[in-house]
Write a protein that binds this ligand. Structure first.
Ligand SMILES: *Cc1c(COP(=O)(O)O)cnc(C)c1O
Length: 460
């Protein structure tokens, strides 16, 4: 299942063998084992507690659908480093390209002396992102930096200042992007004052919409639009920034019709519609980009996470007429579009295409959703099963109510981790289990992971 690349490349660059890891769950110690515990103690002494740890095993190798740790355990990975290793860890095409690039040159600064791979990544994103209008792309280092730059472009291009974001939104941890983020704890608590001219409106959250999911899209859009008109003034709004599926907020897929309605309102009012596809991008949801599901064409799209297999890279892709308004030197950064990261991104895009990872993501959803729906019949603490492709979640409630049940989430997570299945949590109320397997995960591991999850629920 895991590929091996031992190749002599053109140009005489020797490439080191890409990892070939047995695609199996294997527990040889308790989780975490003694070596990981020793490393954890060193971490605690050297790294501030503000940097959390979801599962304290220290990784030594990873690939396909597994993570291997310092004690020799092999864990099933339902996290992909938070939706990053969509093509798998150490994907052969990524490894090969990065190794060659590292031997050629590691940095020049694209703003000082450019190189082709940066331009190639931008050409590919201009071609692959939704909409056939003329586009431009520039590269930065992180999702937050991409979102922050999208706002800079939108403000300059419109001459307006206000930015509208949504309940449950997550956009990063810099001053502006934590301001754009909805949830206080842990992202904002004590870190104020926040950036000005940020306004929050309702999101069409079907499971929790007061009048029920049928009315959700229409009512939420009407409320959001009314608030923009009455509280801000549409003519003052530079950008509306939205995740097509809210990630950290709990994998909330806005009710169908909501996104197109908001995009249409933006178009009618000269507001830049910014899609934050940092978590939803690069085949994760069963489309290359999640906006495609309802045919929404953003004015600017921000990408990161899945873009480069884990090398730090992010992109801002937008309408040429917006992007070209920025004066020379107004955008950039020392490392943005680092050559290793660009080569990794090209390897990711090749892998997505050659291995049909869009199709694989859909297949993962087709396997997971029915299994989870069956579990929701059996376990009444599962209030909602949702998501698309390989971006799937369950929301846990106190049985018989819709009250959030974060304690049950913590307990399920604990049992899954002890059994060697890495799962992540999310949600404004901390009551969502989210599943983000690498798209290359072999199906037997996917099934085994779901079995562990089911056992965890059954044992509660
Ligand atoms: C992770 C994330 C970000 C921030 O990306 P970083 O690379 O961590 O800065 C922004 N938006 C969304 C939707 C994300 O999931």
């Amino acid at each position: 299942m895991c590929h091996i690349a031992l190749s002599e490349q053109a140009g005489g660059h020797r490439t080191v063998r890409a990892m070939s890891i047995p695609q199996e769950r294997r527990l040889v110690t308790a989780i975490p084992g003694p070596k990981s515990q020793e490393l954890l103690a060193r971490k605690q002494a050297a790294v501030p507690p503000g940097i959390g740890t979801t599962l304290p095993v220290f990784v030594t190798r990873a690939g396909g659908g597994v993570l291997e740790d310092a004690d020799g355990n092999s864990l099933i990975d339902f996290g992909s480093g938070i939706a990053v290793t969509n093509v798998g860890n150490a994907a052969p095409k990524v490894v090969e390209r990065v190794q060659k690039q590292a031997a050629d040159f590691t940095h020049t600064c694209f703003m000082v002396t450019p190189y082709e791979s940066y331009v190639r990544v931008c050409e590919k994103l201009n071609e692959l992102t939704p909409g056939d209008h003329e586009k431009r792309t520039f590269l930065v280092n992180s999702g937050a930096e991409a979102v922050e730059n999208a706002v800079k472009v939108a403000r300059l291009a419109t001459g307006r200042q206000a930015v509208v974001v949504f309940d449950h939104g997550y956009h990063g941890r810099t001053l502006l992007t934590m301001t754009l983020t909805a949830k206080n704890m842990p992202y904002k608590q004590g870190f104020g004052p926040f950036a000005p001219e940020v306004y929050r409106v309702p999101l069409a959250y079907p499971f929790r919409w007061p009048t029920g999911p049928e009315n959700c899209a229409e009512e939420a859009a009407a409320q959001a639009i009314d608030m923009i008109g009455k509280q801000i003034g549409a003519e003052n709004v530079a950008a509306v920034v939205i995740e097509p599926i809210a990630g950290e907020g709990g994998f909330i897929e806005p009710a169908k019709g909501f996104l197109p309605r908001i995009a249409e309102f933006c178009r009618a009012n000269g507001i830049v519609f910014v899609a934050d596809e940092v978590q939803t991008g690069f085949a994760r949801t069963g489309d290359l980009f999640a906006c495609e599901d309802e045919g929404v064409v953003p004015d600017i799209i921000c990408t990161a996470k899945g873009i480069a297999g884990g090398l730090p890279l992010a992109a801002v892709t937008g309408r040429a007429e917006l992007m070209d308004t920025v004066h020379a030197g107004g955008l950039g950064g020392t490392y943005g579009g680092n050559p290793l990261a660009c080569e990794a991104a090209l390897g990711v895009l090749e892998t997505i295409e050659e291995e049909d990872l869009v199709g694989r993501a859909r297949r993962i959803g087709d396997v997971m959703i029915p299994r989870l729906l069956a579990m929701s019949e059996r376990f009444d603490m599962i209030g909602d099963v949702r998501g698309r492709g390989a971006m799937i979640a369950v929301e846990l409630v106190v049985p018989g109510t819709k009250d959030p049940n974060p304690a049950a989430v913590q307990e399920v997570v604990r049992r899954c981790h002890a059994e060697g299945l890495l799962v992540l949590t999310a949600g404004t109320y901390g009551n969502v289990l989210r599943f983000l397997p690498p798209l290359v995960m072999p199906e037997h591991l996917l099934e085994e992971g779901l079995g562990i999850l089911e056992k965890a629920f059954a044992s509660l």
